[in-house]
Design a protein around this ligand. Structure first.
Ligand SMILES: *[C@@H]1O[C@H](CO)[C@@H](O)[C@H](O)[C@H]1NC(C)=O
Ligand SMILES: *[C@@H]1O[C@H](CO)[C@@H](O)[C@H](O)[C@H]1NC(C)=O
Length: 775
């Protein structure tokens, strides 16, 4: 993630919201040519040009070869390699809506290879044919097609509406696709153009110029969403069992937009969206984001722009909330037409114990699968004690072999990948590693397939081990590995790293939307990388265990595929609503879901509407639907002008004469934001529209829960009556909060919920009331 700092800088520059048309450019020191994404009002094409590509090549570029991608589905325009001056000229062209500099994005995994079985197998679907008519497109690092997870055994013919193709390239050809993996493409023009002007290049020694996955991430996410059953899936005995995706019969199409070690270019991501929608996918899964918790405005964000084009054509888009939790406002992928998925733990873990020379035993987690230490005690050292910060973090070249050789080494988490620290210790002659959390990681532990015997411990245990080393000149330890344990309670728990609210762009939309399993997820892996992803790791494995919101996102994508299959007429917003209003807020102890970083009850900032519950989502009773005009009204409400909005919608829009209230967006959750300067009792009323998708004659009654401290919520009417002729009903919610109480709350917020109940269904929406200033 070394390049992340550069991306962060760029994002920070770009987010100084320059109204389009404009060129968002870097400082004068920039390279003479860069890749740009140009949004064009396609109606301006002169008739003499047979296609838009001809027009773009002839009218905007000095050399048509500089044209990279032409976009024609999710929006209109092109990407090209341009000088800054030329980009400025292009921006002034009357048909050009906006010109943006291409940026680099990253995958949302914590690079913590591990292995485990999937969470609760959904019995309802395992034997059914649900999903076989649905196509899931995965924008990621490509796919390793030979895995059992992608077998097409007993699958019917490819849906006839499919227009995609199976690209030929390095170690990849038409025979790599089948009735399961029905399409595969790769997108690198933006990446290559960026490399031609000094950006990181695709390294063909370690990467395939084709949809073949050299990294493993794309194979993992695709098989999580829609992998077939693979019996006896495990690695080195950990988590043995059946691995399968959430929608095992759904069809898959891989869109490789990210390249090993060098990330994903906006221009290529957009090309992936454009192709996926044109090819006919029903669901798009994107475990990618800006990273570093910096949110750029919607019109500068390719995932927001690409997904707007997808969602308004009926394609569901699921994204990751990011891995920068537990800090507040770390959630990313914030657009209200996206599903934003945070990560929770599952009820399975891989315990290991650190046994100290003084007889104490400390509990940790490990996925180490090599030769065990057999109870032998080794010298225990903490290089950070004398060697400073780099040594405490076991950074490369920071460890003195004289101190480390033959010892178990304590390393602090942070700054470098966890598995790399293990390699550093091993290279310096260490026999084992204890990886200690810092305060910011709390007690959240992720297991890794370390290259040497290693164990992750929480911050408290880490402090205890370090205190022991300080107090004893002859400190010793060993690590005992205990394999796989299932039935862990509590579960789920919100993962420490999962991106948290509030929403930094539009606080009136609660994000994340929900959480799904994202810790210790077993899924298929590439043969081109070892389980740690380290260059030095030559091990090969069919399955691997990863953690991250990257792993949570495809769970929601697979769930969306099953919902789409069961309810073909539902819009993407209705599918998201069904998942959100049925999400669980209790764990397997029947107590409120807790937060790994604090051990306390989670709030909607941590888990949105709660934890995905697929069985209940099939039959939600009511849904909150949304369409194009709702999103336009929302963008008007947050202050975007028609020209800015057109960059997203690629069709002319008009904002209502009276500015809409953002809270009126018909979202399945409520986030009510009051001006921080106001005092006294604050009150707001807003409208929701519920659509009955259950039995035609139903009567729902409302139930409100609030924390009780200075917050009251009233609903009008309190009863919604649906009949065969009336399937849509409006209601008004009034929220009143005492500003004094909000001001003294730690999070500056109060929480509650509103549920509509008909005796069978519970349609629950979280309520967040806050006083943060709109950004
Ligand atoms: C490409 O990767 C190989 C293997 O890791 C490495 O030895 C080589 O230096 C890389 N080439 C470039 C140009 O980075
Ligand atoms: C807010 O309303 C409550 C209940 O009606 C009342 O007790 C309280 O005094 C009010 N606070 C302010 C600041 O007006």
């Amino acid at each position: 993630m070394a390049a992340a700092a550069a991306a962060l800088l760029l994002l920070a520059l770009l987010s100084a919201s320059i109204p389009p048309p404009a060129v968002a450019a870097e400082a004068a020191s920039a390279a003479p040519h860069k890749t740009y994404i140009v949004r064009v009002d396609r109606r301006f094409k002169p008739t003499i040009f047979p296609t838009h590509a001809h027009w773009y090549g002839a009218s905007f570029l000095a050399d048509p070869l500089h044209l990279l991608h032409v976009y024609d589905t999710v929006f209109h325009g092109f990407s090209a390699l341009l000088s800054h001056e030329r980009a400025a000229d292009v921006a002034r062209h009357p048909s050009v809506l906006a010109v943006f500099e291409d940026r680099r994005r990253f995958l949302y995994t914590t690079r913590s290879p591990q292995f485990i079985g999937l969470r609760n197998q959904q019995g309802l679907w395992s034997d059914s044919d649900y999903g076989s008519d649905v196509i899931v497109g995965v924008l990621d690092t490509g796919i390793w097609p030979e895995r059992r997870s992608f077998s097409d055994l007993n699958l019917g013919p490819v849906p006839s509406r499919w227009k995609g193709s199976c690209e030929t390239g390095a170690s990849f050809g038409p025979s790599n696709c089948n009735k399961k993996l029905i399409g595969a493409r790769s997108f690198s023009k933006g990446h290559d153009a960026s490399a031609s002007v000094g950006g990181p290049a695709i390294n063909e020694t370690v990467e395939f110029r084709s949809p073949r996955d050299a990294d493993g991430h794309g194979t993992h996410t695709a098989s999580t969403a829609a992998g077939r059953h693979a019996f006896q899936a495990s690695m080195a005995g950990y988590a043995s069992g059946i691995a399968k995706g959430v929608a095992p019969k759904a069809r898959l199409a891989a869109y490789k937009v990210c390249w090993k070690g060098s990330g994903c270019l906006d221009s290529d991501i957009l090309a992936g969206f454009d192709s996926a929608v044109a090819d006919g996918v029903d669901v798009i899964s994107v475990s990618i984001g800006g990273g570093d918790g910096v949110a750029s405005p919607y019109y500068l964000d390719p995932i927001a722009v690409g997904s707007y084009g997808a969602v308004t054509r009926g394609v569901f888009v699921s994204t990751s909330a990011g891995n920068d939790g537990p800090t507040g406002m770390s959630v990313t992928n914030l657009a209200p037409w996206l599903m934003t998925v945070g990560a929770g733990t599952i009820d399975r873990t891989f315990p290991a114990d650190v046994m100290l020379g003084d007889g104490r035993k400390l509990a940790g987690v490990s996925l180490y699968s090599g030769k065990p230490l057999d109870g032998k005690m080794f010298r225990l050292v903490y290089p950070g004690k004398a060697g400073g910060l780099a040594a405490s973090l076991c950074m490369e070249n920071s460890l003195d072999p004289k101190i480390v050789k033959g010892a178990i080494v304590i390393c602090d988490r942070g700054s470098s990948p966890r598995v790399s620290k293990g390699q550093v210790v091993k290279d310096a002659g260490g026999v084992g590693m204890i990886l200690a959390n810092g305060i910011s990681n709390g007690e959240g532990l992720v297991g890794d397939a370390h290259v040497l015997p290693a164990c992750a411990v929480g911050a408290d245990e880490g402090d205890a081990v370090k205190a022991y080393v300080s107090s004893s000149a002859t400190s010793t330890a060993t690590i005992v590995f205990r394999g796989t344990v299932v039935g862990i309670k509590p579960a789920p728990v919100v993962a420490s790293f999962s991106g948290r609210g509030p929403n930094g762009l539009s606080p009136s939309v609660l994000k994340p939307d929900l959480i799904a399993p994202g810790v210790n997820i077993l899924a298929a892996w590439t043969d081109a990388a070892g389980p740690t992803g380290l260059d030095s790791d030559a091990r090969k494995t069919e399955f691997n265990i990863l953690s991250g919101t990257s792993m949570a996102c495809p769970h929601a994508s697979g769930a969306a595929a099953l919902l789409k299959s069961a309810h073909p007429s539902w819009s993407p917003a209705a599918i998201r609503s069904a998942m959100m209003t049925t999400a669980s807020v209790d764990d397997n102890r029947f107590q409120p879901v807790t937060d790994e970083s604090t051990g306390k009850a989670s709030t909607p900032y941590d888990f949105g509407a709660g934890h995905l519950n697929l069985d209940r989502a099939m039959d939600p009773g009511l849904v909150y639907d949304l369409g194009k005009q709702d999103y336009v009204n929302f963008l008007c409400a947050i202050g975007y002008g028609p020209k800015t909005i057109q960059v997203i919608t690629h069709e002319p829009v008009t904002c209502p004469a009276k500015k809409p209230a953002p809270e009126n967006l018909n979202y399945p959750s409520f986030s009510v934001v009051f001006d921080g300067a106001m005092s006294g009792n604050l009150s707001k009323t807003f409208i929701r529209t519920a659509t009955n998708v259950g039995p035609p004659s139903s009567v729902y009654r409302s139930q409100v829960q609030t924390g009780g401290r200075g917050l009251s919520v009233s609903v009008k009417p309190r009863k919604l009556v649906f009949t065969p002729g009336v399937s849509v009903q409006n209601y008004a919610v009034t929220v009143t909060a005492d500003s004094g109480v909000l001001a003294t709350d730690e999070l500056g917020a109060a929480f509650g919920s509103l549920s509509w109940m008909d005796g069978k269904h519970v349609v629950r929406s979280p309520i967040v009331v806050s006083r943060i200033q709109p950004l």
